[in-house]
Write a protein of this length. Structure first.
Lengths: 656, 297, 135
């Protein structure tokens, strides 16, 4: 029988306070197969690791159980200890007696009994563990970035600068994201377009970057290092290589639709240039609003195009790309104003969103930077900003803080004062969150020097009142009921994952949180990696972020991608499913169950075979296999039965 | 089939025109109403404390009696009764322990409570069972040109779980009046409190509320306000006198139960006798719009 | 005004009673003020609805019980329907009234209602007033 060593960690008081480690050590010592058992205050420490090494050496141990924290944290630490001692790393089992025992229980006696059983099941599993060797696979030294906002642009540039090829996929006709819509940026008030457009140009010209706009992900198959991606690009009715951007087509076009870039505050034609700095620099035809791609219906733009850049026969194209890593940088959108009943559901023209106000402030916007309200073009002299619209409202809207609204609202109020000197801004807020570098100073300066009046309380309702809006609020600091007759109301809308992210989550089977933001592999220690190997995160798709945070994360993400791409091959866990060919009837149930496409029927043998590189060891096939032919390495039916037997043969309520 | 209805206390005195006009209107719509027998006061206000068992008994007794009379659906006209009885029903339907306790007080009733009776306000019956299209077909005396502001107040739309329509943006009364040929106008204050039972202790509060609500209706171009709550109707109509004394710019506005105007539109007429129940005489407005018989003839 | 807070204040039995009767956790409140800004009768209140929650969090239940506010509240439920934390503020008001009423402290003495009111107001008003405001 395998000689097994068991090491029990106190983890300071984390385990030791609830689990009687000394008693546990004595109990486990008598368990069949256990050659050695000891406990230690911090097994993950260097001396702790050395004790394991020493015991392996002294007692010729062949398998190790470490009873400590979750394997997510230290499994690899202890696997290295085994390897350094000459053992196969799959002869290690972690018994999680912290997260799954001491942290969730309060009764010392019962918790100790549970820890005892958890360790014994680990021992039983270990007894039948095989020594395995990870499989290796080649690696495509190329990355894909999904989303062309500031986060995606920065990630793509950094990876490209690192010497690897990048493919950037953007849904809209131009890269730039929401940042290109912004007027000026806090806390420095530099022009957003001025700082972003050089990056956009650099991206367009970079020899290592290939750009697909008007494109979405059709599918991603494969695994880390070896993804096969299908990109669906909408029909490009305007050939970007031929278009000379003269604009005659747009002049000829009879269709007017609200311009997305202007947040609906201006009109655009069905054939249009999204904005002057658009990359790629070309006109684009929006097939949804075009009167008809049949020339009989309209055809005016093609007639007018001297460059002959327009073709109505263009078809969507599927591009196939192989990449080694995928970066998700799909960004955010605003929570819909239509859901805010008390502020008029978006029905009052002079109650606008924060992004609409950005466009009003922008020199390239619909009012050329003059602050004029949408309804009648009047310059608003009384202006109300309402923070936390939709945010911090678990009951009806979004439970979380959208993080950057405090700062952009303040910036709005400031920029407004810079443009309308005799105007009065009021900011209704609940709390001001100004934790970034030089943010607090930015707030204080506005309040003491720029006459921005902060009112602490949430606005309950807005009613039209003549040509103004009557805003009903409260100042909880003075307990005064506040009413303002405002000319314009700007809502600091909460932030949600960009529209379409849910589809991507579904398609790619990427972990996301309850709000729909992508989940990082660890909230503190692995903040730029997804839980799915080979997928990385950048920007607001992981959670609301301002520009400095997005750019920092983007560069961090790029570093992680570069580290991955610098390898020549990738290792793949050998904990994969197997098929016992003698028992497999070839029914194929497992093929449909496999989420990774790792199973297929061998036409020659008539049985199912597993692609070990694709298999992620999830076990879905095993639970579905009617004949028991599907097994998982180091988690066989026999091992599971033995583990269950240990649990089932002891009553937790009696002494073990 | 006849529709069983629960009138509640005020429809037998101060709001008798609410009951009478509803009976006339429903008759014209081909769904005559029959008053349930042996009803008692609903309690008027739903209790908001957790140990409120005793305060539910009156409402539940009504439900039990309705059930014993073979009634499947009980139409309630008054907003407050609707709210109180409807929530009392959930109190026992959603908690078996509450039901068990309540049953201990019901030994004098003929049957055990089964929860079979559905409690509905008259407005959803018009919308869902009769439909506003059908209502429109039955209009003989369209309210053409009458600018009507629907006043919901609190209890038709709050709490959300018992709202007869979208609790933030209802349109059921506006839609009804559009079907009746009127010019429906949603005025901003239509979901706001009228001051309710402050009307004895703090008449100043209700007078100010009335002033603000009616003003909001005028500003939206309304000529009249309709309601389905006798308490709201009392405050909005009777307290206009005080509003006028307090706020000199105040302009009075007639207030109707929605059923009064329904009765007119559907050919049930408007009873001259009802004028004594109105503080602000609505006849000039009705005459102006050609909605009183003697003017038409 | 000096207000000393202590463990004893924080474990005020009246606070427990208020939470028990209302079924609401007053510590859910983060003082956004929405209840107060949406209240139709807030201008008549001596302490605003958000302050009622705040005083409860500080254990100052006596101040709540002695306030005008709890009697001015007309249970229109606007605050409850809009609270971002799902606190049924009107239930807190009712609980405060109830604690008073059960000690026979109210603001309307049934026998003192005027002849005029008894004649004019509909029964629906009288029943509501006696249930909500009479100790």
């Amino acid at each position: 029988m395998k000689k097994i060593g068991v090491f029990i960690c106190h983890c300071g008081v984390n385990i030791g306070e609830i689990v009687d480690v000394e008693k546990l050590t004595r109990q486990i010592a008598n368990y069949p197969g256990v050659e050695h058992v000891e406990n230690y205050m911090f097994l993950c420490s260097d001396p702790g690791q050395n004790r394991i090494k020493q015991a392996i050496q002294d007692k010729f141990l062949e398998g190790i159980v470490v009873a400590a924290c979750s394997p997510v944290l230290h499994e690899s630490t202890f696997q290295n200890v085994l390897e350094e001692s000459g053992l196969n790393k799959y002869q290690l089992e972690i018994a999680n007696i912290r997260e799954q025992c001491s942290w969730v229980h309060t009764d010392r006696v019962m918790a100790t009994r549970k820890a005892n059983l958890v360790i014994k099941t680990a021992i039983e599993k270990l007894k039948l563990n095989e020594s395995l060797i990870p499989s290796t696979a080649p690696l495509t030294k190329k990355a894909m970035v999904i989303g062309g906002g500031i986060a995606g642009i920065q990630t793509a540039l950094d990876i490209a600068e690192g010497g690897y090829e990048v493919i950037l996929v953007e849904k809209k006709p131009s890269i730039g994201g929401h940042m290109i819509q912004l007027s000026e940026t806090f806390p420095t008030l530099d022009c957003s377009q001025c700082i972003l457009s050089p990056k956009m140009v650099a991206l367009a010209k970079h020899k290592n970057i290939k750009l697909y706009v008007n494109s979405e992900i059709e599918s991603i198959e494969g695994f880390i290092g070896n993804f096969d991606v299908k990109v669906r690009q909408k029909a490009l009715y305007v050939n970007p290589d031929v278009c000379n951007m003269c604009g005659d087509c747009a002049d000829a076009c009879p269709v007017l639709v609200p311009a997305e870039h202007e947040e609906g505050l201006a009109w655009r034609k069905a054939i249009y240039m999204p904005f002057p700095q658009a990359i790629p620099a070309t006109f684009t035809l929006d097939e949804d609003s075009c009167l008809g791609l049949e020339p009989i219906a309209c055809g005016k733009c093609r007639e007018r195009c001297d460059a002959k850049a327009i073709s109505y026969d263009a078809k969507p194209t599927i591009f196939k790309e192989k990449v080694g890593a995928v970066v998700l940088a799909t960004g955010y959108d605003l929570y819909p104003i239509e859901k805010i009943a008390e502020y008029g559901y978006g029905k009052y023209p002079d109650v606008i969103t924060s992004l609409q106000f950005e466009r009003i402030l922008s020199a390239t916007g619909p009012t050329h930077g003059e602050v004029r309200r949408p309804s009648d073009g009047k310059v608003p002299k009384e202006i109300v900003f309402i923070q936390c619209t939709g945010s911090r409202d678990p009951e009806r809207h979004l439970p979380y803080c959208s993080k950057f609204c405090c700062m952009y609202t303040l910036k709005h109020a400031k920029l407004y004062k810079h443009k309308v000197h005799d105007g009065q801004p009021y900011v209704f807020y609940i709390d001001i969150r100004a934790g970034g570098k030089r943010y607090e100073e930015f707030v204080q300066q506005a309040v003491s020097e720029e006459e921005v009046v902060y009112v602490r309380g949430k606005v309950a309702r807005i009613y039209p009142h003549g040509d103004q809006l009557r805003v009903f609020g409260i100042d909880t600091l003075s307990s005064k009921r506040i009413e303002v007759d405002a000319d314009l109301v700007v809502l600091a809308m909460g932030v949600v994952p960009s529209y379409g992210t849910d589809k991507l989550i579904h398609e790619l089977k990427i972990s996301s949180d309850s709000a729909g933001f992508f989940t990082e592999a660890h909230p503190k220690l692995r903040p730029v990696e997804s839980l799915q190997a080979g997928f990385f995160l950048a920007g607001s798709c992981q959670g609301p972020k301002d520009i400095p945070d997005s750019v920092s994360q983007a560069s961090g993400t790029a570093a992680k991608v570069l580290a991955l791409l610098s390898h020549d091959e990738i290792q793949h866990s050998p904990i994969v499913a197997t098929v016992d060919q003698d028992h497999c009837s070839g029914c194929g149930i497992c093929i449909g169950l496999c989420p990774y496409g790792a199973r297929e029927k061998d036409p020659r043998l008539g049985v199912v075979v597993v692609n070990e590189i694709l298999c992620e060891g999830c076990g879905a096939c095993i639970s579905g296999c009617p004949s028991g032919a599907a097994q998982q390495k180091n988690l066989t039916d026999m091992q599971i039965e033995n583990m269950i037997h240990i649990i089932a043969s002891h009553s937790i309520s009696s002494e073990i | 089939m006849n529709l069983a209805y629960y009138p509640g206390c005020t429809l037998k005195n101060h709001a008798s025109h609410f009951e009478q006009s509803a009976i006339r209107a429903m008759e014209k719509l081909g769904m005559p109403m029959t008053e349930m027998k042996d009803w008692v006061c609903c309690g008027t206000v739903y209790s908001q404390t957790t140990d409120d068992l005793m305060l539910q008994l009156a409402s539940i007794r009504n439900l039990l009696r309705a059930e014993s009379q073979g009634i499947d659906e009980l139409a309630v006209l008054c907003s407050m009764c609707y709210n109180t009885i409807r929530r009392a029903k959930d109190f026992i339907d959603k908690d078996k322990e509450n039901l068990r306790k309540v049953n201990q007080f019901m030994y004098k009733e003929p049957i055990e409570y089964s929860g079979r009776v559905k409690v509905t306000h008259l407005l959803p019956i018009l919308r869902d069972r009769i439909t506003f299209e059908k209502v429109a077909e039955k209009v003989v005396n369209a309210l053409t040109g009458l600018k009507v502001g629907a006043y919901y107040g609190c209890l038709l739309v709050r709490p959300e779980a018992y709202a007869i329509d979208d609790f933030e943006d209802p349109s059921i009364i506006e839609d009804l009046f559009t079907a009746l040929g009127a010019d429906s106008r949603a005025f901003p204050y239509r979901l706001e409190c009228c001051g309710a039972y402050q009307t004895i202790t703090r008449k100043d509060v209700t007078a100010k509320r009335t002033y603000e609500l009616i003003n909001s209706a005028w500003e939206t171009g309304c000529e009249t306000i309709v309601t389905s709550c006798p308490l709201c109707a009392f405050n909005l109509d009777q307290r206009q006198k005080l509003a006028q004394e307090t706020f000199h710019t105040f302009r009075t506005m007639p207030v109707f139960y929605f059923t009064e105007l329904m009765s007119i539109a559907l050919g049930g007429g408007w009873d001259e006798d009802w004028v004594r129940l109105h503080e602000i005489d609505p006849r000039p407005l009705l005459r102006e719009k050609g909605l009183l018989p003697e003017v038409r003839s | 005004m000096r207000y000393v807070i202590s463990r004893k204040k924080m474990h005020n039995p009246l606070l427990q009673k208020l939470q028990e009767l209302s079924g609401q956790n007053v510590f859910d409140c983060y003082q956004c003020g929405n209840c107060s800004s949406g209240c139709a009768v807030v201008e008549y209140m001596d302490i605003k609805p958000n302050q009622v929650l705040r005083l409860a969090q500080l254990g100052a239940i006596d101040e709540i019980l002695a306030s005008e506010t709890i009697w001015i509240c007309s249970t229109c439920l606007q605050c409850s329907s809009r609270c971002p934390k799902g606190i049924d503020v009107s239930r807190v008001m009712e609980a405060a009234r109830t604690i008073n009423l059960r000690q026979r402290i109210g603001v309307v003495e049934p026998t003192s209602v005027s002849e005029e009111d008894l004649r004019d107001v509909p029964p629906i008003v009288l029943v509501s007033v006696f249930r909500k405001l009479s100790g």
